[in-house]
Design a protein around this ligand. Structure first.
Ligand SMILES: Nc1ncnc2c1ncn2[C@@H]1O[C@H](COP(=O)(O)OP(=O)(O)OP(=O)(O)O)[C@@H](O)[C@H]1O
Ligand SMILES: [Mg+2]
Length: 362
């Protein structure tokens, strides 16, 4: 997958920009607050997903303007080009919110772009994948699986709904006639959907594991080894048996205490939990290894390697790790932002400078 060009109008602090990234590595440098992440975020929006910074649509439009325009051309490895025309309008405009056209055909909501242009983003907030709550790690797996297998989202929604319904029943258990029988029915359906979710997640982990190990080995020049261990909520006896075993605990707690919605995976560096021991640079390297593996998995499943968008990935990495990223990330299109201009001479990629929302090729 490749972004060939992107023209922006009134996107955040960028009044107008023409961005033609290189086929391999492109580095956007500039001081703080100049619009580097804004540019990366605009590329990400072409995937049809929401802002990776959690921004609401009106925040994407330059202040005091009615709408922003993102006009891009993407190309698959089989040279199929798409002209993506995305607008973000304020409530007052004829086209409010994020809407899109592809090759002149109106798609309606921008989320309908899903699958046309694919990208994987690393942004500093992703560091919580290592030290943050299990929920973030589950979200990482689920988001990747939803993109790869459309049926996964349906299963996940169904499972989540069942958990909510079961929780409501557990809360009002004593006052609900036939509650025990109802729990049995819930548990059977929960076990079916839940086992499917866990199986998909574990398959995905198995697919990712060799890639993650390899990536981390390269980034760290072999100085540490990274491992992932998925912790399912049930053993070979299955989820239903686990649900039966945890019924007392569920009734005491008033919510469903076991199942994929409580699962997690461990990230280990040289056998030690990264959550407790990893340094800043090691956390960054570990998240980067996960993100690069996510992209490789997408390529294995869909045949298309997503564009890599790496926001502020270089800070806290030592010179060897930075050099790996700047000189060895080849073949795949990668767009990196960085503040430190001394990194310039290390890269053979193309360089741009962002200064007060003005993009300039160096
Ligand atoms: N809707 C908007 N309209 C105008 N300016 C905006 C809008 N949204 C954000 N900005 C401005 O964009 C700038 C931030 O840009 P961005 O986050 O891309 O910076 P950056 O170059 O990535 O900086 P850093 O190196 O600190 O990460 C801020 O000055 C902010 O005020
Ligand atoms: Mg930034």
């Amino acid at each position: 997958m490749r972004l060939k060009q992107l023209t922006l109008q009134n996107y955040r602090n960028i009044a107008h920009a023409e961005f033609i990234p290189c086929a391999e590595l492109t580095v956007i440098c500039g001081k703080n607050g100049q619009g580097k992440t804004n540019l990366l975020e605009s590329v990400w929006l072409l995937t049809g997903a929401k802002s990776f910074r959690g921004a609401k649509d009106p925040e994407l439009i330059a202040r005091n303007q009615p709408f922003a325009v993102l006009d891009g051309i993407t190309e698959t490895s089989e040279e199929q080009t798409s002209h993506i025309y995305l607008t973000v309008g304020t409530k007052e405009t004829p086209r409010p919110g994020r809407t899109a056209k592809r090759n002149g055909v109106d798609l309606g909501r921008a989320s309908n772009l899903a699958g046309i242009f694919t990208a994987v983003v690393f942004e500093p907030g992703n560091l919580s994948l290592i030290k943050g709550s299990p929920e973030g790690r589950r979200r990482f797996l689920d988001a990747a699986l939803c993109q790869l297998y459309p049926g996964y989202l349906t299963t996940l929604r169904r499972y989540t709904r069942l958990v909510t319904q079961k929780n409501a029943l557990l809360k009002h258990y004593d006052r609900t006639p036939g509650a025990a029988e109802m729990l049995d029915v819930f548990d059977e359906d929960l076990a079916r959907q839940g086992e499917e979710i866990t199986r998909r997640r574990m398959d995905y982990m198995n697919r990712m594991l060799p890639l993650v190990r390899h990536n981390y080995d390269e980034i760290s020049s072999g100085s540490e080894q990274m491992e992932l261990v998925y912790r399912p909520s049930f053993d070979e006896q299955g989820l239903l048996s686990m649900l039966h075993q945890s019924r007392r605990a569920d009734l005491r707690a008033g919510f469903c205490t076991t199942g994929p919605h409580r699962e997690d995976f461990d990230v280990l560096l040289d056998g030690q939990p990264a959550k407790l021991f990893a340094s800043q640079g090691q956390q960054r390297s570990a998240v980067l290894s996960l993100k690069l593996a996510e992209a490789s998995c997408a390529q294995q499943v869909t045949g298309e390697h997503p564009v890599m968008l790496l926001d502020d990935v270089l800070s806290e990495l030592d010179a060897t790790r930075q050099e790996y990223l700047l000189t060895r990330m080849r073949q795949k299109q990668t767009i990196v932002t960085a503040c430190d201009s001394s990194l310039f001479h290390k890269t053979e990629g193309e360089l741009f400078r962002m200064d007060g929302g003005v993009l300039q090729k160096l």
